[in-house]
Write a new protein. Structure first.
Length: 456
């Protein structure tokens, strides 16, 4: 009988996109995709290593699965993704119920690994554990059409590049996901077109820094080591041209590389969404330098201004880290000041977490006490809450075109969708259907949601 895998995903959008590649590889090899942990012979945990708390969550989950394994003796657990890459076989030594680990560039080996796990059992080879963690400079999984997992059939992720070589001082990603490489543009456009034909109406192009798409010299589709001829604005334009009814989003933009050409292309196509995720990390030049971010606050604000000039209605979101090495109260105040200046529509806010192997781990002290990190983080969160509410209040009375996504989580009588700015709008159902565009007028708001009415 066909064996089944269940894939559990933690972390960023990129990991969710990877899980769909993993599902495709395993389906092709004859495995079924289980609907739940109960419905599987293998549980694959696709993990995140960006902060310690992300890793602790996965450790907790792995231990929880042990009880289930005691009841079902054939059930095997494997750890995939960034934590697998970072810890390698150490993870199997520390968590004895993990049978194999597989890093982000080794997913094509998974069918072989699963088969080996079963073979080892048959041969009663004890402690024969498997680790595939080699990183690649060329793997982009370009030829694999992802199997969409638990999606809404309306919006999908498309991974356009892998890895990162920016080496921000605090960040583990360059070590867990390897060198930056771009996927062949034709396969990306092909995937987006095929999604549109299947009824999807929104794609999000994903990369650690999409602005350097196509600029890293290797690999090129020409196979000659030259840079691609298609850069990110070109690629965005190609995807936007598939159909005006197909929305295009992207993440993430490194502020150092955000070009005017990108803004021009965005402004030219109404179906490229008016939303830019522009992680700032800190509002202090001293911190930015120590973080190796390669831009200043002045440069960042210039980019924000350029965005607003090109698209006055564009929303801007960010990531920020509180309590990085040697951060003073003055540095922290500078971050709060920057938040007041930019007026972000949304922010992902984190406490600094020291990661083994990074530049900061080797050279910089993790010297802000935990309680002080928490205090600074809470101050940023409180300020951003006020800003978001203030921003949303300005939306009351405006009308937006909303891509309807499904039933609201709060009420069966209501639907929700997003506008181009990626804001969630909730409204009474009327005759609206998921997967279609409808005009909605904003009547009221909270800091997180706009509440409105269908405009007939
Ligand atoms: N500690 C806290 N936050 C981090 N990030 C990356 N590394 C760390 C770390 N060591 C945050 C950054 C990045 C986001 C994806 O995660 O803000 O933009
Ligand atoms: Fe990490 Fe910096 Fe790369 Fe983003 S750009 S993944 S923060 S190293």
């Amino acid at each position: 009988m066909m064996e089944k895998v269940y894939i559990e995903t933690y972390g960023c959008q990129m990991n969710f996109a990877d899980s769909e590649v993993i599902a495709a590889i395993l389906t092709k090899a004859g495995y079924g995709i289980g609907e739940s942990v109960e419905d599987a012979d293998f549980i694959l945990i696709n993990t995140c290593a960006i902060r310690d708390n992300a890793e602790q969550r996965v450790r907790h989950r792995v231990r929880e699965l042990k009880a289930m394994q005691n009841r079902r003796h054939n059930l095997r657990v494997g750890v995939l993704g960034c934590m697998a890459e970072r810890l390698q076989s150490r993870l199997m030594a520390e968590e004895e119920n993990v049978s194999f680990v597989c890093g982000p560039d080794a997913y094509r080996r998974l069918p072989g690994m699963l088969a080996q796990v079963r073979k080892n059992e048959e041969l009663r080879v004890k402690n024969e554990k498997l680790a595939e963690v080699e990183l690649s400079t060329t793997e982009t999984y370009a030829d694999i059409e992802p199997v969409r997992l638990a999606g809404n059939g309306i919006s999908a992720y498309i991974s356009i590049m892998r890895g990162c070589q920016n080496y921000c001082a605090y960040c583990v990603v360059p070590y867990t996901r390897g060198r930056e490489r771009s996927r062949d543009p034709e396969t990306i456009v092909g995937e987006a077109r095929s999604l549109f034909e299947q009824g999807y109406r929104e794609v999000t192009l994903l990369g650690q820094n999409v602005n350097s798409y196509g600029l890293t010299p290797s690999p090129s589709p020409l196979g000659d080591g030259s840079a691609m001829r298609v850069d990110f604005p070109d690629l965005l334009e190609l995807v936007a041209q598939i159909d005006p009814q197909m929305r295009v989003r992207f993440a993430t933009s490194h502020p150092k590389d955000l070009s005017d050409k990108l803004l021009e292309v965005m402004a030219k196509y109404p179906n490229i969404c008016r939303c830019i995720h522009l992680p700032v990390q800190s509002g202090s030049n001293r911190m930015l330098k120590l973080m190796n971010r390669k831009y200043t606050v002045e440069w960042y604000l210039d980019r924000v201004e350029a965005i607003r000039r090109a698209m006055p209605d564009c929303s801007i979101t960010t990531d920020v880290i509180a309590g990085f090495s040697t951060e003073t109260l003055e540095d922290h105040e500078a971050t709060l000041d920057l938040f007041r200046k930019v007026h972000y529509d949304y922010a992902y806010m984190f406490k600094y977490s020291l990661r083994e192997g990074t530049y900061a781990w080797k050279h910089l002290a993790d010297d802000i006490p935990e309680e002080e990190k928490t205090r600074r983080l809470n101050e940023i969160i409180a300020l951003q809450g006020e800003i978001a509410l203030e921003n949303n209040r300005k939306e009351v009375g405006k009308e937006y075109e909303v891509l309807v996504e499904g039933e609201s989580h709060r009420s069966k009588e209501q639907l929700f969708g997003r506008n181009s700015q990626n804001k969630v709008l909730v409204f009474d159902k009327g005759d609206a259907r998921p997967g279609t565009y409808r005009r909605v007028r904003v009547d009221s708001c909270t800091a997180a949601t706009l509440i409105g009415t269908l405009v007939q």
